[in-house]
Design a protein around this ligand. Structure first.
Ligand code: NAD
Length: 421
């Protein structure tokens, strides 16, 4: 990981992919810079009557393939660099899945755990007031990300409707069902990864009864644990921001989900049902077949990659493995199913939500699952084949797949006029 820029690390992957395609260097150059990143300071009234301000960003990285699409993160460590990197990944993720979107992302630098519900609502509405002119159902479409959820998307959609004077459900995805949200959005990120692993299982040499470790136990982490446990796999370790738990015999997933629903850490289950405490980053190195990073960026790095025992990593988080760690994992023959493919189920069902909002016609949960599975399997298979044909990692293959589509669209727009404007 380079000292100061997550985006520089991400761009390494673009260069790696470009080496396998013959693409106009101008196209690569264009993809190295965000189209626009807007920074504002949001000021809100706190419950005690005082005022507090928070830095916030919205980045529209590239809109060649359609309106920009990407979540809004509430996190104390959010930075412009992180927002642009996440928007870059969204650009590639939407191209991987062949969705008619470009990539965007937003963030507020805040620890929402320190705010009351009413303060979070005021902050969410302030975000939309500040960025309403950038957003739009055919321009830039947010969604939930770390520490934001469907309730927040509902407040944001409501604020946007008040500003434009009419309901515009397609401006935001991940909304509550009652406001035009889609069935199947809640577990879509994990479900997409689950369908991918199931589809490639024979190619990956996976058997039955896998031992699974899940890092991060929020939306993505809880649902993948639930889906895999229901198939008879054993969830041996999970962690959240306060620590981890381990059980060789398998953790009680329902107990962990209940603890989180009641506002407690997974650590609160230590001592019950055979759950033992795991310290610090120990989860990464536990004995398991499948490791599922579902927390934040750079959690698997140069210093802990060597401890990994898993044969397969499913990146439900965005950017959990640094380029240095990737090289170590390649030497250990650990296969990494990369974020821009593995967690693309979330944006894919967001796309379904947007389509349903525009049509005013709503699909059944079965329709959503079937369509998601079909796309995950189709794009997963295409990427797996590129990896085999070119003898590259699945990550590089995913970037090659996406870059091919992006380059075609950029050139179709008329390269000459584009670059001379
Ligand atoms: P979330 O806020 O629901 O959960 C995040 C989890 O990570 C929490 O359990 C938190 O305690 C844990 N965490 C934070 N720091 C940690 C640490 N140091 N060690 C272990 N756990 C830690 O967020 P989410 O929506 O599940 O997103 C998780 C990741 O998945 C992010 O990288 C996000 O960008 C990515 N992602 C999410 C979606 C989605 O639809 N929710 C879609 C695509 C990608």
């Amino acid at each position: 990981m380079s000292e100061d820029s997550l985006l520089d690390d991400a761009l390494v992957r673009l260069d790696e992919a470009a080496a396998h395609l013959s693409i106009d260097p101008d196209v690569i150059e264009k993809l190295k810079f965000a189209r626009e990143t807007t920074k504002v300071r949001l000021m809100i009234r706190m419950d005690d009557g005082s005022r507090k301000s928070f830095l916030a960003w919205r980045c529209r990285y590239d809109d060649t393939r359609g309106p920009t699409k990407g979540g809004i993160r509430f996190h104390p460590d959010a930075t412009a660099d992180e927002v642009e990197t996440l928007a870059f990944w969204m650009t590639f993720k939407c191209a991987v899945m062949n969705l008619p979107y470009g990539g965007g992302k937003g963030a507020v630098q805040v620890d929402p755990r320190q705010l009351s519900k009413a303060e979070i609502e005021r902050l969410s509405r302030a975000y939309i007031q500040a960025f309403a002119r950038i957003l739009g159902p055919d321009r830039d479409i947010p969604a939930p990300d770390v520490y934001t959820n469907s309730m927040i998307m509902g407040w944001m959609a409501d604020e946007y409707a008040q500003i434009v004077g009419q309901a515009e459900p397609a401006v935001i995805t991940g909304k509550p069902i009652s406001l035009g949200g889609s069935l199947g959005r809640g577990d879509a990120t994990a479900r997409g990864g689950y369908y991918l692993v199931r589809h490639l299982s024979a190619d990956l040499g996976l058997g039955e009864n896998l031992r699974v470790a899940v890092q991060g136990f929020g939306n993505a982490g809880q649902h993948i644990a639930r889906l895999l446990a229901a198939d008879g796999h054993k969830i041996v370790a999970v962690s959240d921001s306060e620590g981890g738990v381990y059980s060789e015999a398998g953790l009680h997933v329902d107990m962990l989900v209940n603890a989180k629903a009641n506002g407690h850490s997974v650590v609160s289950t230590v001592g019950q049902g055979g759950h033992e405490a795991l310290k610090g980053e120990a989860l990464v190195g536990v004995e398991c077949d499948l490791l599922v990073p579902s927390a934040l960026e750079n959690m698997i790095h140069e210093k802990n990659a060597g401890t990994i025992k898993a044969r397969l990593i499913l990146e439900l988080a965005n950017g959990p493995v640094t380029p240095e760690a990737d090289a170590i994992l390649a030497r250990k023959n650990v296969i990494v199913l990369p974020d821009i493919l593995a967690n693309a189920g979330g944006v894919t069902v967001s796309y379904f939500e947007w389509v349903q909002n525009k049509q005013g016609f709503y699909w059944t949960e079965r329709d959503i699952h079937d369509r998601l599975r079909e796309i995950m399997e189709r794009e997963g298979r295409a990427i797996w084949n590129i990896a085999k044909d070119k003898g590259v990692s699945v990550r590089t293959a995913a970037y090659v797949h996406a870059l091919d589509r992006l380059a075609e669209a950029i050139e179709a727009h008329g390269t000459q006029s584009f670059f001379t404007s």
